[in-house]
Design a protein around this ligand. Structure first.
Ligand SMILES: [Zn+2]
Length: 339
């Protein structure tokens, strides 16, 4: 374990730790924190320091250099990775599965053993599959006494919005990132109103955003949106399935687009007003609000499950056109456009 208090250059880890220390001091600690930041930003280091601080029996909660004492019993055990009140959920295979979440919940039904608090870390929350996410919601809604969850993810894009909304978000990143992204996008001639969407699908990485746009991402989104909002989905079905799976790379982009749409639809359903600034597809908000009226949370949730299945098929080299048809067929069976 790293014990120095220096954050990676330009990162805001120490500032975030100050916020946590203040929350402890003022007795308004949140039961779940979602630590978001690009790879290499220092999320893991922050999680370690934060967990140490929460578990320590004599932490320094000052506003300048908060941290664990490193000498109490709890700190010793944490450093040796034998602390009984630390649980970590890591992917088994591709995903973190529902069985793992249930196992964790079973442990959480007992009181902490060593410290006042117990810490559950999920260092790759993007890998929670749909069922595991749903099970975890229960813990986030009614966290057991003394239990604190620290989730980390490179972005919130693949997480269920219902998970995100139940966590306090801590952004670990360099201040310049957003401005830098917008400048690079306009430099590449990409439309300003698509900036939130491009930021979302690329996790804020301008190089990836430009690559995706060059490969036809915006066209793929147009095709999918046209299909989803059409009264005549049956008529568009084969042209759309073909277009989003030829060439092969298109299907990967289609999946990114669909993740963004499902996320937006769930957000629209769970927020009544002023939701459009939260959407990835802000520039298509009007159409999505309409689309949200003909679907529901359960249906979108099973669609997420289907998408995970499709991703697995693609890894096993199932014909991309067939997977595209699976993704679109769903919308023929589960939804009818009402006028
Ligand atoms: Zn300590």
């Amino acid at each position: 374990m790293k014990t120095d208090r220096e954050a990676p250059s330009g990162s805001n880890i120490d500032k975030c730790l100050v916020l946590i220390a203040r929350a402890i001091r003022e007795h308004r600690l949140s039961h779940a924190y979602l630590v978001v930041g690009p790879p290499g930003s220092g999320k893991k280091e922050f999680m370690e320091k934060c967990a140490g601080l929460l578990l320590c029996n004599a932490p320094d909660l000052s506003s300048h250099t908060p941290g664990a004492c490193m000498s109490c019993n709890s700190c010793h055990k944490f450093q040796k990775r034998v602390h009984p009140d630390v649980l970590d959920l890591a992917p088994q295979g591709r995903y973190i599965k529902i069985g793992q979440v249930r196992e964790m919940q079973k442990i959480l039904s007992f009181a902490p053993l060593e410290s006042k608090r117990r810490v559950c870390t999920i260092t790759d929350a993007n890998r929670l599959n749909a069922d595991a996410s749903n099970a975890l919601l229960k813990t986030l809604e009614e966290p057991p006494e003394g239990t604190y969850l620290l989730l980390a993810a490179t972005s919130t894009s693949r997480l269920l919005p219902t998970i995100v909304s139940r966590c306090q978000i801590i952004s670990i990143r360099k201040r310049q990132d957003r401005k830098n992204f917008d400048e690079k996008m306009t430099g590449a001639g990409l439309p300003m109103d698509a900036m939130p969407f491009l930021g979302y699908v690329s996790d804020g990485n301008p190089e990836i955003a430009v690559q995706l746009a060059d490969a036809g991402l915006m066209d793929i989104r147009n095709i999918i949106m046209q299909f989803l909002t059409s009264e005549y989905r049956e008529v568009l079905f084969f042209t759309a399935s073909h277009a989003i799976s030829h060439p092969r790379e298109n299907i990967d982009m289609a999946i990114k687009v669909l993740y963004s749409i499902i996320r937006d639809l769930i957000l629209i359903m769970s927020h009544k007003d002023n939701v459009s600034s939260l959407l990835a597809n802000q520039d298509r908000a009007e159409e999505l609000v309409k689309l949200a009226q003909e679907t529901n949370y359960d249906s979108l949730f099973s669609y997420r499950r289907l998408m995970e299945q499709v991703e697995l098929y693609l890894e096993r080299n199932v014909n991309p056109e067939m997977t595209a048809e699976m993704l679109l067929t769903y919308w023929l069976q589960h939804h009818t456009v009402t006028e």
